[in-house]
Design a binder for this molecule. Sequence first.
Ligand SMILES: N[C@@H](CCC(=O)N[C@@H](CS)C(=O)NCC(=O)O)C(=O)O
Length: 209
Amino acid sequence: MAGGKYTLYGRRGAGSLAPQILLEEIDAPYELILFGKTAPELEALRRVNPAGKIPCLLLPDGTVVAESAAILIHLTNAHPEAGLAPPAGSSAHARFLQWMVFLSANLYDAVLRYYYAERYSTSGAAAAPAIKAQALADCGAHLERIHGELSPWVLGDRLSAVDPYLHMLAGWYPDASSLASRMPRLAQHAALLRKRPATLAAERDHVED
Ligand SMILES: N[C@@H](CCC(=O)N[C@@H](CS)C(=O)NCC(=O)O)C(=O)O
């Protein structure tokens, strides 16, 4: 059981959404610090996370944790009373870890290849269209894979930290309407999450002023 206040470093429309939904679900005290993309803001972010990436979380004891999956898994371990992961060591927890790592290693990676395509080739922008096309196909395939699990949550009838993670990443798919018709259970998953006060509270902070 952890006590004390967290600080979540985020950006609108970026990877801090899922950790924020989790902090809201847990009802943990936290402060949200949003960074833009100006040079001074990026410099300030690098002082917290040398990789210059969002999200990162300052724990109550002053430790900084980066990597979205690590942040989410840590929060479930630090707040077991919130029930956002099966008990550590159980078979259900092994499946929970499988999906957390699947989303981080595959879907998040494909989304980044889509949005930062010019970084993935020494040819820069010239190679971007082909990289984007492959990344989009990969996003669709990864989403199809996890769509098959939804019933209605990724772990069946229990909500876990995998669900806000999937919700955030699926929300970045560029063609939301085609996704809803191809993967109706994913649309239902998003609708269920959007009925939860934690999701609504976090999503409010992601609306541009
Ligand atoms: N593997 C990292 C990826 C984090 C990441 O790339 N975040 C994006 C925002 S969604 C970012 O900060 N991009 C800024 C950049 O790469 O310049 C994680 O899971 O946290």
